[in-house]
Write a protein that binds this ligand. Sequence first.
Ligand SMILES: CC(C)(COP(=O)(O)OP(=O)(O)OC[C@H]1O[C@@H](n2cnc3c(N)ncnc32)[C@H](O)[C@@H]1OP(=O)(O)O)[C@@H](O)C(=O)NCCC(=O)NCCS
Length: 439
Amino acid sequence: MNNEHQRFPIDPESAERLATQGLRMRLVDTASSEFPVWLQAETRGFHGPRPSEESVGQQVRGFADRRTTGVFDESGADAASPISSASSWPTELTVPGQTSVTAWAISAVTVAPTHRRRGIARAMLEAELRTAQALGVPVAMLTVSEATIYSRYGFAPAAMVADWTIDTRRAKWTGPAAFGRVQFVTLEQALADGLELVGRARLNTPGEIEFSGYLWERKLGIHGDAGLDKQLRFVRYDDVAGVAQGLAIYRMIESPGVVFTHTLELQYLVTATDDAYAGLWRYLLEVDLVSAVSAELLSVDEAIVWQISDYRAARKTFERDHLWTRILDVGAALEARRYGAPGRILLDVSDPLGLAAGRVLMTIAADGSASATSFDGAIPDDAAALSLSVNELSAMYLGGVSALTLTRAGRIVELSPGAAVAVDASFRSAIAPRLSIWF
Ligand SMILES: CC(C)(COP(=O)(O)OP(=O)(O)OC[C@H]1O[C@@H](n2cnc3c(N)ncnc32)[C@H](O)[C@@H]1OP(=O)(O)O)[C@@H](O)C(=O)NCCC(=O)NCCS
């Protein structure tokens, strides 16, 4: 997609609704002097400190390709500062079948505490969804501060993540040998080569998204907490042919009161092959003067558990929703991914916002590809049929949430006997969906 999304007109429905409250919704030019003001308001919305001039300068590049909007209360004392912010851009989301769908990433959603609970976030979110749909983007997505906010707009958690802690004194390596080379690289080398590796690895896991250079720089600690980049270590795995297939980014946290004992805090691990995964995990578990490896935003289903001598040495310390998706065009979204079993599926989708409602008949071929068309007739005898809202369909979309579980929870209704199990055979992903970053 070109940069049409940045200039696309503001959604008139939301703009009119806000105007009745004396509020003005408009685009913000990130290349102009109004961007630092917008950024101060956005940072305040997340209770962060005022960004420095240097940080603003860095973030200008990060926002350069995004659509940035604000709502302004022109009757206020500080009329130049928006009282609400949002930022969005189209990017690639990995879906089952090692392929991608274009998705509308929404970020930086805030409303000033002085203007809360007047429907401003609703106006912003609905505007984002209508804008994405008008631009032909079939799915919207976000990572969320609270799990209570976005269901009402049709979003649902589709990729979960887990925090893990591994006791390295108990976890002896029992996994396969990796014959490639593990070596330190510099921040500059990680910066230069890492993005290509991330792009390659992304296709292995549904839920991962295409990074911009800015998001990659953030992972490397460049725009993060003061001094983080100075604490980070970068270790690369090259396979026997000399091709970079993995990168681990970590720092050491000294255990309080215990001399020369550390927790290795894994900030990011990207691996394009199983060989690189084994090579880097073995390295991480065997570093001296370390008693534990801890990491956030890993998969809920990590192979490392099966590569160590003591299954209980690896503990999942937290598991939660992370990537929320919202289907906007059911046919296009469903056709973008691959499926595990052939057959016919009829989905009767409801949508309170009216963006994705309707009956769709899917025909899944033996190669896992699908066609999906609007359908008005009676349920075909050979189709597994479900009635569900756009939330449930969005939850199931990446293959990590079971139609049977949602049926048992009373959130999906089977329109033909045994339909949920049949749908799961097609929809479920063998690889647990995961997203390894915040955006
Ligand atoms: C979350 C936030 C954007 C909501 O803004 P708002 O303008 O007060 O929200 P609205 O008035 O449009 O509320 C819309 C609906 O969401 C609900 N809602 C809003 N914030 C909520 C929250 N934090 N938890 C649960 N429900 C919430 C409202 O009750 C309302 O429900 P209804 O439609 O059923 O009546 C705002 O509180 C905020 O900026 N919070 C801090 C930053 C943040 O967490 N942003 C989200 C980033 S992912």
